[in-house]
Design a protein around this ligand. Structure first.
Ligand code: GLP
Length: 248
């Protein structure tokens, strides 16, 4: 029996497992934040029970500008700690934007090229920010943009201060993120959200108009999106939506 967030984590992990079992050389797009922690936990368990990631390639959505991979709040550090240390994706198959690149524009272009060279992303996992951001694509971001440098909204920096000893000052002001176009090019997208603080953004994204003011609303235009919500995150939805799997 599953309940609440557990059901979501298990369902998401099963989708990824089935993808890898069907295609051992799958390309996964990965996200950070609190939301995917349970999913990553399950994937590590599945690996202990035999799920083989040795052919898998990964691309993370984003990274803070100026943080090296050994900074405890960097997304590279997060990924190592919460997923990669417990599965067998070869190091050379792991891609996370380099927040310390000297030429960050070249880094963005190289990131796009690497995704293409890998054959594109099979499943992109994403959470959603309180302001509807996906990756670090803040409200106002053009839907046509590819991997680029962004200036973080104050609300995003505040929400993420918890990863920086609750010190807003320590939260970088900029980040590198896959663009909306990059995300939309994934063959399948898995949007995960839990908790009542996400209900408004989720409802706007799924039931509101498609607008750059709420970046996640672009997902309405993608043909293969699976939205996994717990009851609290689904609380603002007025209609049944074919994209949404309700997991009690
Ligand atoms: C961060 C990340 C996003 C993530 C979002 C929500 O800003 N860049 O990729 O989806 O916040 O995070 P959480 O899951 O912790 O609520």
């Amino acid at each position: 029996m599953f309940s609440g967030k557990d059901a979501l984590d298990n369902f998401a992990a099963t989708i990824i497992k089935e993808q890898i079992e069907a295609h051992s050389a799958s390309v996964l797009g990965l996200a950070t934040g609190s939301t995917p922690l349970g999913l990553y936990d399950r994937l590590q368990q599945m690996h202990r029970h035999g799920l083989d990631f040795s052919g898998v390639t990964t691309f993370n959505l984003d990274e803070y500008l100026g943080l090296s991979g050994d900074h405890p709040a960097s997304y590279r550090h997060y990924m190592q700690e919460h997923l990669f240390a417990g599965i067998n994706v070869p190091k050379s198959n792991i891609h996370i934007p380099d927040g310390t690149a000297n030429d960050v524009e070249a880094e963005c272009a190289a990131y796009e090229k690497a995704i293409m060279a890998a054959g594109g992303i099979d499943i992109q996992v994403t959470g959603i920010g309180h302001n509807g951001h996906i990756g670090f694509n803040e409200p106002g971001t053009e839907f046509g943009c590819t991997t680029h440098v962004v200036t973080l909204d104050e609300s995003t920096r505040q929400a993420n201060a918890r990863f920086f000893d609750n010190s807003l000052e320590q939260v970088p002001r900029q980040a590198v993120t896959m663009g909306i176009k990059t995300i939309m090019q994934a063959r399948k997208i898995l949007l995960l959200a839990s908790g009542k603080d996400k209900a408004e953004a989720v409802a706007g994204a799924l039931e509101g108009s498609v607008t750059t003011r709420l970046p996640a609303s672009v997902l309405q235009l993608h043909p293969r999106v699976v939205v996994l919500l717990d009851e609290a995150a689904a609380a603002g939805l007025a209609h049944d939506n074919p994209m949404v799997k309700h997991l009690a």
